[in-house]
Ligand binder design. Structure first.
Ligand code: FAQ
Length: 287
C-alpha cells in the first residue's frame, strides 16, 4: 500500500472516530434532563450508537498499522482533529432535535458516499453507521416537529436552535474545494467520492424544504432557489470562525478535551483489569 495513501486514510478515519467519541458529549449533556422516559431511552440509545461508531472506526484505522493508544494520544495532545461541530454548547432541549436533524443529517450526507470508499474496512464500517445515523436523523427531526407544532415558546426554542446550529452544520463539510488541501488527491484515490462543496450543496438542497415543513426559517437572508442550477444559492460561510474552531478556539473546546482526558484517566483501571484478565485467561489456556 502506498505510504501516502495509508497516512491519509489513517488521518481521516481516526479523526472520524474521534468525532464520534467527542460527539457523544453535547448530547450526553441532556440524557438526565430529557423531557420524558421515551425521549431519555431514545437519546441514551443514540449516544451509545455514537460510541459504537467510534469503536468500529478505531478498529478500521488500526488495520492500517496505528495503535488505538497512539490515535488517542494524538487526540489528547491536540495533534489530531475532530469535527468542529462538537465544540458548540447544547443550551436547550431543542438543541438535541437540531443535532439529530442537522448534524446527523450532514454526517449521513458525507458518509453515504464513503460506503464506496476505496478502503474496504472503512467502507464496510460505513454501512452500519449510515443505517444508525438515519435513525438518529429521524429522531432529531421528530423532536423538531414536536417543538415546531407545540406552544409558541417551544416553537421559539426550535427556531433558536436552528439559528445556532445551521452555519456550524454547513462547516462540517470542510473548507471550500478551492481551499481544501486534501480533496483533489483523496478524490483521485477514491477515498472521498464527492467533494466538500458538492456534499454541502446537496445538504442545503435537502434540508431547506425540511425547515419549510417545520415552519422554521433558515437563518440566511441570501438563501434563494436557483432554477438554472436546480439548487439553492446560499450565503457566505464565516470561514474565520471555522478556522478558529479548527485551531481549538471553539466555544466549549477546552471542556470537550478535558472531559475526554478525564474519561481516559478515570478508565485506566478498567483497561488494566481487562488486560490482566486476558493475560490470566491466556496463561490458564497454555498450562
Ligand atoms: N472539523 O482538506 P480538507 C458525526 C480539517 S461524524 C475539523 O477538506 P479532508 C456523527 C481537515 O481534517 C462527523 N477539522 O480535509 C455524529 C484538514 O486538516 P488535517 C465527522 C476539519 O480530510 C453525529 C483540514 O481541515 N465526520 O458527526 C473539518 O479531505 C452526531 C483541511 O480540510 C467525518 O469525519 C471539520 N469540520 O476533508 C456523532 C467524516 N473539515 O486533517 C455524534 C469523514 C476539515 O489535514 C453526534 N471525514 N477539517 O490536519 C471526511 O469526510 C473528511 O475528512 C472531511 C474533511 C470532509 C471532514
Amino acid at each position: 500500500m502506498p505510504e501516502a495513501y495509508r497516512r491519509t486514510l489513517t488521518r481521516q478515519i481516526s479523526q472520524h472516530a474521534h468525532s464520534e467519541i467527542v460527539g457523544m458529549l453535547p448530547e450526553g449533556n441532556w440524557i438526565t434532563r430529557a423531557p420524558s422516559l421515551r425521549r431519555k431511552a431514545i437519546l441514551l440509545a443514540k449516544v451509545q450508537d455514537e460510541a459504537g461508531h467510534g469503536l468500529y472506526l478505531y478498529c478500521a484505522a488500526e488495520t492500517l498499522g496505528t495503535s488505538r493508544e497512539e490515535m488517542i494520544e494524538a487526540l489528547h495532545s491536540g495533534k489530531a482533529k475532530y469535527s468542529t461541530i462538537f465544540n458548540y454548547p447544547t443550551l436547550t432541549w431543542a438543541d438535541i432535535g437540531a443535532i439529530g436533524w442537522l448534524v446527523d443529517g450532514a454526517a449521513i450526507m458525507n458518509q453515504v458516499p464513503l460506503q464506496r470508499t476505496s478502503y474496504g474496512p472503512y467502507a464496510r464500517a460505513m454501512v452500519r453507521v449510515c443505517k444508525e445515523e438515519s435513525f438518529h436523523q429521524r429522531q432529531g427531526y421528530e423532536i423538531m416537529l414536536a417543538l415546531a407544532n407545540g406552544t409558541a415558546e417551544q416553537k421559539r426554542m426550535a427556531q433558536d436552535a436552528l439559528n445556532r446550529w445551521w452555519w456550524p452544520s454547513l462547516m462540517m463539510f470542510g473548507p471550500p474545494d478551492a481551499d481544501s488541501p486534501n480533496t483533489a488527491q483523496s478524490m483521485r484515490w477514491r477515498i472521498k467520492r464527492e467533494t466538500n462543496d458538492e456534499l454541502r450543496q446537496k445538504f442545503v438542497d435537502i434540508t431547506v424544504p425540511q425547515a419549510d415543513f417545520l415552519g422554521l426559517e433558515v437563518p440566511d437572508s441570501d438563501l434563494k432557489w436557483n432554477e438554472e442550477k436546480g439548487g439553492y444559492d446560499f450565503g457566505e460561510i464565516d470561514w474565520e470562525e471555522f478556522y478558529a474552531v479548527v485551531r481549538g478556539e471553539g466555544p466549549v473546546a477546552k471542556e470537550r478535551m478535558k472531559a475526554r482526558r478525564d474519561a481516559w484517566e478515570n478508565g485506566a483501571w478498567v483497561r488494566e483489569a481487562a488486560a490482566a484478565h486476558e493475560a490470566k485467561h491466556r496463561a490458564r489456556k497454555a498450562a
